[in-house]
Ligand binder design. Structure first.
Ligand code: AMP
Ligand code: MG
Length: 493
């Protein structure tokens, strides 16, 4: 590794550092280096995120960048570490976890933390190997950027690199590294960790860090008699409620909503066995390991609320009063339904709200559920119907035509005041044509396993502007093939 000065390196890469998490002190992490992987190759790269990070485009395409984002070379000025956290997994206290395969390179001056996922063993790897396999890395990369383009808060993904180094899962697979970016990767589980160990001083340091950098308004709140930690809990509850409203409206199933996979910033984090619904089934379970359906699609809002109770329990030593903590959680119960209804109203092209909207939305979802109608195609066809006045493509999706016609009538009566062009425009910007369905990811993965990465690049391009038509790419917007329902995605990644 050549040693270049930090200033010279910034000129090359465009990156300058400012490590705020590292200032928390050694109780929060272990400093360590990524473990190299042999002969890396590019699997996917997000030019869009590179621009947002201020990365030099020429450098990002370089052989040095490939080594850096595989963990084989370290940029001067980075300060790699793995953080410790704990958490509840599938409703049970799991004790200490931590970044078992993610290594934080540091934070850029523009406030982006960069993390290599799959970059080798850490003190928190437990029984794991510190690696990530190609298939799940491609899924995380594509879905992070897809969610961002859909306007859903998420950690981002800059690139994926691969190596032929062997990784043992159910079968032998190959290794990959995803470079993730987010303002912070702090999870509910970070708070639970220090609370469970009775380390109130560290708990306070962590909460102060999060408030100062991400929720400064909590310092000056008049709510809860100026209790900044209660205000933090309320703000996190509200962001989480808004996130869940987005997931439920777009038809996104996370699959592993353990408290260690809940972002303190209300971001979608840790993409594992996630799925965008094909046919609308509220009880859909996307995680093959989730036999009890704890994280079924329709359970997600309640699970998030349960997880927030774990966060409240962890913050209790700082908040000081259980009643105040419960009061700080309460707004979830109004913010979630209100935000969900607002998202669904946008899907319906309604620019204003009316008391009967809730029933209109519920009736639509009941009709979809009854016949497991394709969720994404329904909304896109409904958008086209509002634009051109032709209901037939929507009607074609249903056997119960009478039921649908009755609903379409109430819908057209409801939107009588809104000009169709206005409604259709809103619907086209809200109802995507392209989502990362399992079978699309699977096809890109299978090509990538043969070293053809064009499928990853094509999907990325479509998912980066999912509301556009992308003529010539109809196959990516069609019904899933029969084999899609046989894809089994588990926690193994
Ligand atoms: P996840 O279900 O992917 O969110 O992971 C749960 C915990 O297991 C986290 O602490 C991860 O860092 C850790 N983990 C998952 N897979 C591995 C692996 N292959 N090697 C080391 N740690 C892992
Ligand atoms: Mg996780």
């Amino acid at each position: 590794m050549t040693l270049i000065s930090e200033a010279a390196l910034a000129a090359d890469t465009g990156l300058q550092w400012n490590h705020r998490f590292a200032t928390l002190g050694p109780a929060f992490y272990t400093r360590l280096q990524p473990t190299p992987l042999p002969e890396p190759y590019w699997v996917g790269r997000s030019e869009g995120l590179a621009r947002e990070l201020g990365l030099d485009a020429g450098w990002f395409a370089s052989a040095e960048a490939l080594e850096v984002f595989t963990g084989n070379e370290l940029l001067a000025g980075s300060d790699p570490l793995a953080s410790v956290y704990s958490g509840h997994q599938f409703g049970v206290w799991a004790g200490q976890l931590g970044d078992g395969r993610a290594i934080l390179l540091g934070e850029t001056r523009s406030g982006w933390e960069l993390q290599l996922k799959g970059a080798g063993l850490t003190p928190y790897s437990r029984m794991g190997d510190g690696r990530a396999v190609l298939r799940s890395s491609i899924r995380e990369f594509l879905c992070s950027e897809a969610m961002h383009a859909l306007g859903i808060p998420t950690t981002r993904a800059l690139c994926v690199t691969g190596s032929d180094a062997r990784v043992r899962r159910e079968e032998i697979e190959t290794a990959a590294v995803v470079t993730r970016a987010a303002p912070s990767f702090i999870r509910f589980g970070h708070f639970e960790h220090f609370a469970a160990n009775g380390r109130d001083a560290e708990l306070r340091t962590l909460a102060d860090h999060v408030i100062d950098h991400f929720y400064p308004a909590c310092r000056t709140t008049s709510r809860f008699d100026g209790n900044a930690y209660a205000a933090l809990l309320e703000a996190v509850s509200e962001r989480t409620a808004a996130l869940l409203a987005q997931w439920q409206a777009i038809g996104f199933c996370h699959g592993v909503m353990n408290t260690d996979n809940m972002s303190i910033l209300g971001l979608t984090i840790d993409y594992g066995p996630f799925q965008f619904l094909d046919g609308f089934d509220p009880r859909h379970i996307c995680n093959h390991s989730d036999t009890a359906g704890r994280y079924a699609f329709n359970q997600q809002p309640n699970v998030a609320y349960w997880n927030l109770h774990c966060l409240a329990q962890a913050l209790l030593p700082l908040i000081g009063d259980q009643e105040i903590a419960l009061a700080a959680l309460a707004s979830y119960r109004t913010v979630f339904p209100d935000a969900f209804e607002a998202r669904m109203r946008a899907k319906l092209g309604l620019a204003d709200s009316a008391p009967a909207d809730r029933v209109l939305i519920e009736d639509a979802l009941k009709l979809l559920a009854k016949e497991k109608v394709d969720y994404t195609i329904f909304w896109r066809r409904l958008s086209a119907c509002v634009a051109d006045g032709n209901p037939e493509p929507v009607r074609d999706l249903f056997l119960d035509r009478a039921g649908l016609d009755a609903w379409l009538l109430s819908f057209s009566e409801r939107r009588a005041q809104t000009p169709s062009e206005l409604a259709a425009g809103l619907m086209r910007r809200t109802n995507p044509k392209f989502v990362l369905r399992n079978h699309l990811g699977q096809q890109a993965i299978e090509s990538a396993l043969q070293k053809d990465f064009s499928g990853v690049a094509t999907l990325l391009r479509l998912l980066e502007s999912p509301f556009e038509e992308h003529a010539g790419h109809e196959a990516f917007a069609g019904f899933p093939p029969d084999w899609a329902s046989t894809i089994e995605i588990s926690c193994s990644s």
